[in-house]
Design a protein around this ligand. Structure first.
Ligand code: HEC
Ligand code: HEC
Length: 344
């Protein structure tokens, strides 16, 4: 072979080998990409980031009040009084109900039936704003009310019973517990999630007939067709508290106002519902409130209430009123026209 021919063959061989090598590299790269499609790869990597960042990023703290931890109650005489107070809230009937071991001064309800988790549940009519805002002037009595006075309002109305003496151990325990719950709440402040949610008014009257359908579907299985609830087998307290009838709250109680009842059930009923996990629409809450509060219940003489009648809330169902709206509209709504009239 001539020298130039040999050189040409060698160049050609190198070129072919170079091409083959390039092809192999290309194939390897493509093969790897087939094994790990880009979408899969990126999903996996985000998953990894989430897992990796999970322990570092603690869940965002809620923007509403959270109860102090009951385990932080001191183990001394003060602490014992606080824990007794908590037990009185949770099991009022055992101590002070019709068969109460301390006294028989109330209807068998527990404070906790309406102030859920012993008054510690966010949006569950909790006591977080009590220590910080009492004593305070209340228009219903027209006086400056202390915490014991406010507690006794619930004994006389919500528990359709008698007042607990201010100097009794039981009253002191309940006050001690409520004050402890308010630990850390600045004076004068009502934290978010305290008390009962205020629902927007409907533009129609709440309807007891629609509410009855809600009741039968969503409430009756626990509270009963006759609204009487169900006692525990020992007969010491309610497993399901009554919503009307002789053992329920009287017509002077907070829940007898439609807005209080609707706000309470909206965030808390049926049992298991919460602010984060509501189970009723606002309309269902208003209508079921109208149904329940149109049933029979004990009457309380509240003639001394609201010495300044212009301060009555729009949904206070008993006249006389300083506006021209009838009792029926004050009970069932529509409330917005009354509210507007009061603003003038
Ligand atoms: C049938 C339901 C019911 C029961 C039972 C009940 N309460 Fe109440 N309580 C209410 C309602 C409704 C309010 C008013 C909430 C509102 O308007 O935001 C209230 C308000 C209060 C307040 C004032 C809260 C505040 O932030 O101003 C205190 C204190 C209180 N109750 C204590 C008690 C105690 C103690 C018991 C048990 C002896 C009790 N309640 C039982 C329904 C009830
Ligand atoms: C699964 C059973 C269950 C269902 C269903 C249920 N509740 Fe209750 N309800 C309870 C229990 C239990 C309590 C007392 C909570 C406690 O003590 O912790 C309660 C308390 C109440 C209270 C305050 C206490 C009282 O007796 O006045 C009202 C008002 C109330 N429920 C209304 C309703 C309404 C309205 C519905 C339907 C929308 C409903 N509940 C559905 C179990 C239930």
């Amino acid at each position: 072979m001539s020298k130039p021919l040999v050189r040409a063959v060698m160049i050609l061989t190198w070129m072919v080998m170079g091409l083959v090598a390039a092809l192999i590299i290309l194939l390897i790269v493509m093969f790897r990409n087939w094994n790990q499609p880009p979408t899969f790869a990126s999903e996996e990597s985000t998953e990894e980031t989430i897992i990796a960042s999970a322990p570092a990023a603690a869940p965002a703290p809620p923007d509403y009040w959270i109860s102090p931890d009951i385990a932080t109650v001191p183990s001394d005489a003060d602490g014992d009084l606080i824990l007794y107070g908590k037990d009185l809230i949770a099991h009022t009937s055992k101590y002070l109900g019709p068969k109460g071991s301390v006294a028989q001064i109330s209807n068998g309800l527990n404070c906790q039936n309406c102030h859920l988790d012993a008054g510690s549940k966010p949006f569950g009519n909790n006591y977080s704003a009590v220590a910080s805002t009492y004593p305070k002037f209340r228009a219903r009595s027209g006086t400056e009310e202390t915490i014991p006075k406010r507690i006794n309002d619930c004994f006389e109305r919500s528990l359709n019973g008698q007042a607990l003496p201010n100097d009794s151990k039981e009253m002191q325990a309940i006050v001690a517990y409520i004050n402890w719950l308010g630990t850390g709440v600045p004076k004068g402040e009502s934290p978010k999630g305290s008390g009962i949610t205020a629902l927007a008014f409907m533009d129609r009257a709440a309807d007891p007939d629609i509410g009855k359908v809600v009741y039968v579907d969503r409430c009756q299985s626990c509270h009963g067709a006759d609204g009487a609830g169900m006692m525990n087998p020992e007969g010491t307290e309610y497993t399901y508290p009554p919503l009307w009838g002789p053992h329920s709250y009287n017509d002077g109680a907070g829940l007898f106002r439609l807005s209080r009842f609707a706000g309470y059930v909206y965030d808390n009923m049926p049992l298991g519902a919460s602010h984060e996990n509501r189970q009723l629409t606002p309309e269902e809450a208003w209508d079921v409130a109208a149904f329940v509060n149109s049933q029979e219940r004990p009457h309380k003489n509240t003639k001394a209430d609201w010495p300044d009648q212009s301060k009555k809330p729009v949904d206070h169902p008993f006249g006389p009123f300083t506006d021209s709206y009838p009792e029926k509209q004050h009970k069932y709504g529509p409330f917005q026209p009354i509210a507007d009239a009061h603003k003038k």
